[in-house]
Design a protein around this ligand. Sequence first.
Ligand SMILES: Cc1cc2nc3c(=O)[nH]c(=O)nc-3n(C[C@H](O)[C@H](O)[C@H](O)COP(=O)(O)OP(=O)(O)OC[C@H]3O[C@@H](n4cnc5c(N)ncnc54)[C@H](O)[C@@H]3O)c2cc1C
Length: 261
Amino acid sequence: MKTAVLIKQVPDSDEVKMDPEKGTMIRDGAGNIVNPLDLNALEAALSLRGEHGGSVTAVSMGPPQADIALREVLALGADEAYLLSDRFFAGADSWGTSLTLAMALGRLGPFDLVLAGGKATDGETGQVGPEVAAIMGLPCSTYVSSLSCDGKYAFVRRTVEDGIETQKIKLPCLITVLNDMNEPAMPTLRGKKKARRAAIGVFGAAELGLAKEDVGLAGSPTRVVRINHPKIARRTEFYRGRELDAGFERVVEVLRELALL
Ligand SMILES: Cc1cc2nc3c(=O)[nH]c(=O)nc-3n(C[C@H](O)[C@H](O)[C@H](O)COP(=O)(O)OP(=O)(O)OC[C@H]3O[C@@H](n4cnc5c(N)ncnc54)[C@H](O)[C@@H]3O)c2cc1C
């Protein structure tokens, strides 16, 4: 079974700061990690390889430093990794990203299964998996929390608003996963050593047969018109010990002011 896993390198959200003037994310200086749900997708792919044999290919679109994320997934057991990196890819929206990923999957495949995270912790649109499926003409299932395959079909359980949905999907297909699917493993020392030496294939727009007008900002129909960074202001008053009675009175006063009493 040949599986591809889409891996996105994201800023470590604890370290990300916002530029209050521009309203944009300050990426410089933020540590980078593999998007957490992509590690669940990788773990699912490794488990299917354990059951059915085959291979696991990791594919990421990003700047040259996304190489670090790919070495991490190689250390965890992926067989091969490819980085899609080109200055023309910069500024891509989810469509530009998905088109680039789909072209690479077409070139590296065919794959029986493509796995992606349900969403990335930075962009958080959850659009890339379904868009890649649409471009490649693959059936797609999202919010998947359990997955098995018999070589012809994938059997999934999806967590939906009012319960659990069970689906049988013909392979090849694309599936996006949730974090309750599995517990991602930790890399071994042997895996880390192997990953350090591994060759990572790098493709730019030309190698993928993409014109520069079709990718990056030029190929992105989304326009960010304005970004608002909500300011949360809390006016906290503390009443301790003997002041508690005054505190209760203050709570009642505030509730009256807000017309809630
Ligand atoms: C006009 C515009 C310009 C932008 N410019 C930039 C920019 O210059 N730099 C920048 O970093 N971001 C930029 N972004 C954000 C960028 O578009 C998104 O980060 C990207 O499209 C992925 O969307 P997402 O993060 O919502 O992914 P989601 O759809 O939430 O991700 C779901 C899953 O898809 C897969 N996936 C997503 N992205 C990738 C990837 N790159 N490689 C491999 N797998 C992936 C992963 O498995 C992930 O778990 C821009 C967005 C817009 C609208």
